[in-house]
Ligand binder design. Structure first.
Ligand code: FPP
Length: 278
C-alpha cells in the first residue's frame, strides 16, 4: 500500500516516510532527550545554550510527529535526579525555559490539535511553574489529536512508589488484603490512559534508561542514536520509526503478534495458571 506523503515534510523526511509501513506505525514513542550539555561544550558555549537549542529540537520533533499522525509522544524533560544533582543556576534556567516554552508553544499546540499532559511529581515543582503547567494543560484539554506528555520531575521508581501508595489508599481501611494484579498497578501509573509504549529513543549514544518508564518499557523497542538532542529533529524521528519497523516484535511468543489490546487483558492472561508472558 502506498502512503500519501503528509503536507509539510521536507524532501528527506518524505523519502524516509515513503518507505514506512502504515500498518506497523508505532502508537506511542518516548524520547530521552540527552546531550544538550555536550552539544554546547563542543561549541565552547555554556550548558544553557545547549538547553536553549534543545527546545528547537523539541519543536521540530513535535511538528513531524503531528504531521505523521503519531498518536502519543512522551518527552523526558527533567528527571527527579536532575534537581538534586545539577547546579541551582542550571535548574533555575530550566524552570524558566519550561515556562517560556509553554507560553510560546500553547498556540502551536492548539493549532495542531495537540493535547498536553505531564508525568512526574509536578506538585514538588515551584508554584509558578505548576500554575503555568496547569494553564497549558487546561487550554489544550479539549484537543483530540496527538497526546504530548512532558516528563517533569519524573522518576520511574517514584512513579511505582506513588502507584503502590495509591493502591494502599484505594484498598486501605476495609480490612481486606486484596490480590493486586498488573492492571491495578497500571491504573495507578502516571501514564494511565496513554497507549502502550512501542518505542523508546535515546539520543547522545548512552545505553541506559535512566529511570524512565521502567514499567511501561516492558515490551517496547529501544533505539539509541549518537545524535545529540539539539541536532535531533523530524528526520531522526522518522529514521527511528523506520528502524522500529525492522524489528521483530514477539511479545514473548514465537512469531510477531500484536500486543494484548489493553494492559488489563495482558494482566489477566498473566494471572492464568500455566501461562507465561516473558
Ligand atoms: C539532557 O542533556 C537534557 C536535559 C536534562 C534537559 C532537557 C531539556 C530540554 C531538551 C529543553 C527543555 C525542554 C522543554 C520541553 C522545555 P544534558 O544536559 O544531560 O546533556 P549532557 O549529558 O551532554 O551533559
Amino acid at each position: 500500500m502506498r502512503l500519501t506523503i503528509p503536507v509539510g515534510l521536507d524532501r528527506k523526511e518524505a523519502e524516509v516516510y515513503a518507505r514506512l509501513d502504515p500498518a506497523r506505525f508505532p502508537h506511542h514513542i518516548a524520547i530521552i532527550m540527552d546531550g544538550n550539555g555536550r552539544w554546547a561544550k563542543r561549541r565552547h558555549l555554556p550548558r544553557i545554550a545547549g538547553h536553549r537549542a534543545g527546545v528547537e529540537s523539541v519543536r521540530a520533533t513535535i511538528e513531524t510527529a503531528v504531521r505523521v499522525n503519531l498518536p502519543a509522544l512522551t518527552l523526558y524533560a527533567f528527571s527527579e535526579e536532575n534537581w538534586k544533582k545539577r547546579p541551582r543556576t542550571e535548574v533555575a534556567f530550566l524552570m524558566a525555559l519550561l515556562q517560556r516554552y509553554l507560553k510560546q508553544e500553547v498556540p502551536f499546540m492548539n493549532e495542531n490539535n495537540i493535547r498536553l499532559g505531564y508525568i512526574g511529581r509536578a506538585w514538588e515543582l515551584p508554584t509558578d511553574v505548576q500554575e503555568c503547567m496547569t494553564w497549558a494543560r487546561e487550554v489544550t484539554a479539549r484537543n483530540t489529536g496527538m497526546r504530548l506528555t512532558l516528563a517533569l520531575n519524573y522518576s520511574a521508581r517514584s512513579e511505582l512508589v506513588d502507584a503502590v501508595n495509591g493502591l494502599l489508599q484505594e484498598y486501605g481501611g476495609n480490612g481486606a488484603s486484596p490480590r493486586i494484579g498488573e492492571q491495578d498497578i497500571a491504573r495507578h501509573l502516571y501514564t494511565r490512559g496513554l497507549p502502550e509504549l512501542d518505542l523508546v529513543i535515546r539520543t547522545s549514544g548512552e545505553m541506559r534508561l535512566s529511570n524512565f518508564l521502567l514499567w511501561q518499557v516492558a515490551y517496547a523497542e529501544i533505539y539509541v542514536t549518537s545524535t545529540l538532542w539539539p541536532d535531533f529533529g523530524g528526520l531522526h524521528l522518522l529514521q527511528a520509526i523506520s528502524e522500529f519497523q525492522k524489528r521483530e516484535r514477539r511479545f514473548g511468543g514465537l512469531i510477531e503478534s500484536a500486543p494484548a489490546p489493553c494492559a488489563a487483558a495482558a494482566a489477566s492472561a498473566a494471572e492464568m495458571p500455566g501461562t507465561t508472558t516473558k
